[in-house]
Design a protein around this ligand. Structure first.
Ligand code: NAD
Length: 487
């Protein structure tokens, strides 16, 4: 198989030579084959990228000064160029991180252009300023201005989807962006750069510098950056928040999760098993909002353990590019080791393994069997810490009050779901769970409504009109009272 190799970085609107000869190698999670390589960015590359973004933002005729309609037109061209590459984007992501191809078709191919169109449309149709009558006479202008140069740092698990949660509203608002992709998923980011060039994104509006955590930390603290938008682990989020706190730099943090899937005593889980799968095990368990703690009523406990066990043991494991695959490999050997260490902890703490727990019989790839533990206590490590793999813990509860208490007994608060025959009852329980988002009989990140977490799951919101606001800053102009009253 021929490899995909990029010798240049996308900075300042075109391909430029990197400042070092170091490279990042992309590897297939299913086959362990080398897929290609890109230059590894250095601090000097970040300096150049931030300079380019600064110029694009600060120039008198720069991106921030373009009309919302002009920006929406550019974003539409970007969307068209991404759509033309949608199949290849899905394929590259799927190979690199193990995401089943059908899932990649949605999250990685469909979602990014849809987000560009959503935010382009929103900014073109929402007034950017408002004249507000004052309490003291006269009036004031309240203007929404773009916040400036954005440092965007993304993880490998949904690399394009998460990237566009940030750059679609940022670009629509008039910000320029320096993006640092995770080293595990770089080939999709460079395909996105090809689309940006074809779409004619103005010079410096988007810049891409891949690298590891030190490079990310350098970008976060860079004096030319006005706002940081981060998705990743809670540990990294805390470090970034500390830096941003010291610098008084606005930051949005989308971090880890350990959400609850609350099965109520009237639920018919088998009739919603596909959405239950999508809410608990999608993308090989590598999604932050998955409901990995399954709360089951004691009155129907064994039946629910059997249903969840049956689901996990029936999943088709395979190469992520095979359309039949429902469960692909984990992103890396390191991630597999981490997930296996949690499985060992689950056994050690006395939880009962009902399926999985080992590796499927395959020669290559970082696979772990879909795994279910029953009789889990919410204080067990596997119920408290984020595993980020296909491992579910079933926890028994007595009544609704106890289910809510267990759901809320977590450092995290990102996702969640309630399963019931009565949607009103489901919504009533959902209101009692302390979390940023929660679904009834499904969990779907609709772009029109805010997404994000509380507690150790982060701060700020992505998606919805609220995310546009996260890349804007308000300016008030007190209009000349004498002029206005005489007018
Ligand atoms: P990670 O935090 O190790 O890395 C994420 C990104 O941040 C990578 O690009 C990495 O290079 C960079 N990075 C790491 N430390 C940094 C630092 N100190 N300063 C600046 N940049 C830094 O996370 P990961 O293991 O790659 O991703 C998995 C984690 O991401 C999980 O915990 C998951 O829950 C979380 N996640 C959250 C969401 C959400 O929306 N809440 C979505 C996806 C993933």
């Amino acid at each position: 198989m021929s490899t995909i190799d990029y010798p240049h970085l996308y900075i300042g609107g075109g391909w430029t030579s990197p400042s070092s000869s170091a490279t990042i190698t992309a590897v297939s999670a299913s086959t362990e084959e080398v897929l290609g390589s890109v230059p590894e960015g250095t601090d000097a590359d970040i300096d150049r990228a931030v300079d380019a973004a600064r110029r694009a933002f600060d120039a008198p005729d720069g991106w921030s000064r373009r009309s919302p309609q002009e920006r929406a037109e550019v974003l539409e061209r970007f969307a068209v160029a991404l759509e033309a590459r949608g199949g290849e984007t899905a394929r590259r992501v799927s190979m690199q991180n193990g995401m089943p191809l059908a899932v990649a078709g949605q999250f990685e191919a469909f979602f990014p252009p849809a987000l560009l169109r959503y935010y382009g449309g929103l900014v073109a149709t929402t007034p950017g300023e408002e004249e507000r009558p004052g309490m003291l006479g006269g009036a004031s202008l309240v203007i929404k201005e773009p916040i400036g140069v954005v440092g965007a740092i993304v993880p490998w698990n949904v690399p394009q989807g998460i990237t566009f949660l940030k750059i679609a509203p940022a670009l629509a608002a008039g910000c320029s962006v320096v993006l640092k992709p995770a080293p595990e998923t770089v080939l999709d980011a460079f395909l996105m750069a090809e689309a940006a060039i074809e779409a004619g994104l103005p010079e410096g509006v988007l810049n891409i510098v891949p690298g590891g955590r030190e490079l990310g930390a350098y970008l976060v603290a860079h004096p030319g950056v006005d706002k940081v938008s981060f998705t990743g682990s809670t540990a990294a989020g805390r470090a970034i928040a500390e830096t941003c706190g010291r610098l008084l730099r606005p930051v949005t943090l989308e971090l880890g999760g350990k959400s609850a899937a609350i099965v109520l005593d009237d639920a018919d889980l088998s009739s919603t098993i596909e959405s239950f799968f999508a809410s608990t095990l999608l993308n090989n368990g590598q999604i932050c909002w998955l409901g990995t703690r399954v709360l089951a009523p004691q009155s129907r406990y064994q039946e629910i353990v059997d249903t969840v066990t049956g689901l996990a043991s029936s999943l088709v494991i395979g190469d992520s590019l095979d359309p039949a695959t429902q469960m692909g490999p984990l992103v890396s050997a390191r991630q597999r080791d981490r997930v296996e260490s949690y499985i060992a902890k689950g056994k050690g703490e006395g939880a009962r393994l009902t399926t999985g727990g080992g590796r499927p019989d395959r020669d290559k790839g970082w696979f772990v069997q879909p795994t279910v533990f029953a009789d889990v206590d919410n204080n067990h490590t596997i119920a408290q810490e984020e595993i980020f793999g296909p491992v579910l813990s079933v926890i028994p509860y007595r009544d609704e009050d106890e289910a809510v208490a267990i759901a809320n007994d977590s450092d995290y608060g990102l996702g969640g779901s309630v399963w019931t025959a009565d949607p009103d009852r489901g919504a009533a329980v959902a209101r009692r769970v302390r979390t940023g988002t929660i679904g009834v009989n499904a969990y779907v990140n609709d772009p029109s409504v805010p997404f994000g977490g509380i507690k150790a799951s982060g701060m700020g919101r992505e998606l919805g009109p609220e995310a546009l606001g996260a890349f804007q800053v308000l300016k008030t102009v007190y209009l000349d009272v004498s002029r206005r009253t005489s007018a």
